[in-house]
Design a protein around this ligand. Structure first.
Ligand SMILES: *Cc1c(COP(=O)(O)O)cnc(C)c1O
Length: 403
């Protein structure tokens, strides 16, 4: 029995069965590559689901963690934490924000954002005004508030009663959104590009119209940039692509280039609603994770990562478009920077499994959309290698269906 198989058997015994895991046991990684326990190498175009934006084990992030680990791992948020302060300063200098709350995940960042808009609205507009509008096919995390906000039924089934106060509208449909705003609406929460929902990009001008709708009705605008922030679309934050600023933004996934940290960034006017004692997190912004994030953020800003994302994003997109012209089961290629989706008119799950066997990690969302979210440090040779494996799989599928 291979080492992989024995880990897989044990993994299926005592670890919670919440994930439909692929039969692969990674134990080390470097750049765009993962190595499993049997020594097999994989080209990683999933990157921990848009977490390893700097590739696996970026040397600067690893060194910063190693150094900090010998100094101080954890201390309470009862005290001032220098690394957290520097990280907050860096995030605010490079965004619309004035204040940052630190937590440990995307779901917690969204919980914080939802608590903030409710509290601000409670203090300024009374108790009834507490409804948040989100989009169909959105994804906002797996906590109860997260699944209540999420616009997909499959994450909610069996977990009722959910949190009241959410309304869902079709993504990218401005008229539907305007019609949904009522006297009790306090905020609109959107992913500027939907990740889990199938790599959906808003139509041109949509976010600007949403901003104006919010301003006209004194609504807060929340952008969930947990997946598309931190350089993924080619700018540090996705909203910068369209020049439409939110009031609140949530971050997590790639913020520390691998290690877990989440953040909610808000304008001062709204951030004051969460005063002392209103919210907290034991681990949020601890010295170790804040150091990792501070280092990763500096790499995003200073080491040409965003330029590489744009260049490689354009290259990969053009190549995927060429595949679309060649294979009639490909419906559309879409996305921004290095979050690209390829919609098929067939189920993509089997192709993902075949790719894994051939040493390529990709994934498939909403059944039919292959999602490509490689490290932003990926190079042209790696993209070409990925395309070779992918077109091999496509050729075989085409031949099978031609018979
Ligand atoms: C992944 C994701 C989340 C949830 O983040 P967790 O860290 O898994 O809690 C929330 N929103 C979006 C857009 C995401 O992609």
């Amino acid at each position: 029995m291979s080492d992989s198989q024995s880990w897989i058997d044990r993994g299926l015994t005592h670890v919670a069965a919440t994930y439909g895991r692929y039969p692969m046991v990674p134990i080390s990684g470097q750049g765009s590559w993962l190595t499993d326990v049997d020594g097999k190498q994989y080209l990683d175009f999933l990157a921990g689901v848009a977490v390893n934006n700097l590739g696996h084990c970026h040397p600067k992030v690893v060194a910063a963690i190693q150094e900090q680990a010998g100094k101080l791992l954890h201390c309470s948020n009862f005290y001032h934490i220098p690394q957290q302060i520097e990280l907050a300063e860096l995030l605010c200098e490079n965004s619309f924000g004035d204040r940052v709350f630190f937590c440990n995940s995307g779901a917690e960042a969204n919980e914080t954002a939802i608590k903030l808009v409710r509290k601000y609205s409670f203090e300024n507009h009374g108790t009834e005004r507490n409804e948040v509008i989100t989009a169909n096919a959105s994804f906002h995390g797996r906590t109860l508030a997260g699944i209540s906000a999420t616009g997909q039924d499959k994450v909610k089934e069996g977990f009722a009663p959910l949190l009241p106060g959410f309304k869902h509208v079709p993504f990218g449909d401005f008229e539907a959104l305007r019609a949904a705003v009522g006297p009790n609406t306090c905020a609109i929460m959107l992913e500027p590009v939907q990740g889990e929902g199938g790599v959906n990009v808003t139509p041109a001008g949509y976010l600007q119209s949403v901003r104006e709708l919010c301003d006209a009705n004194q609504l807060l605008l929340i952008f969930d940039e947990v997946q598309v922030g931190c350089g993924r679309t080619g700018s540090l934050f996705a909203y910068q692509q369209e020049g439409v600023e939110p009031d609140v933004m949530t971050l997590a996934k790639a913020l520390a280039g691998g290690p877990p940290i989440g953040a909610m960034v808000a304008r001062e006017k709204y951030a004051v609603a969460l005063g002392p004692g209103t919210h907290g997190s034991t681990f949020g912004g601890n010295p170790l994770m804040a150091t990792a994030a501070l280092t990763a953020m500096r790499v995003y800003l200073e080491d040409g990562v965003l330029d590489n994302c744009i260049a490689m994003g354009n290259y990969l997109r053009n190549q995927l478009e060429e595949l679309r012209e060649k294979y009639d089961f490909i419906v559309e290629v879409r996305g921004r920077g290095l979050i690209l989706g390829m919609e098929l008119n067939i189920e993509g799950g089997e192709m993902v499994k075949t790719a894994l066997n051939r040493g390529l990690l990709i994934n498939c969302t909403v059944g039919k959309v292959l999602r490509f979210v490689p490290p932003l440090t990926v190079n042209k040779e790696e993209i070409d290698q990925m395309l070779k494996i992918l077109s091999g799989i496509f050729d075989e599928y085409q031949e099978k269906t031609d018979d």
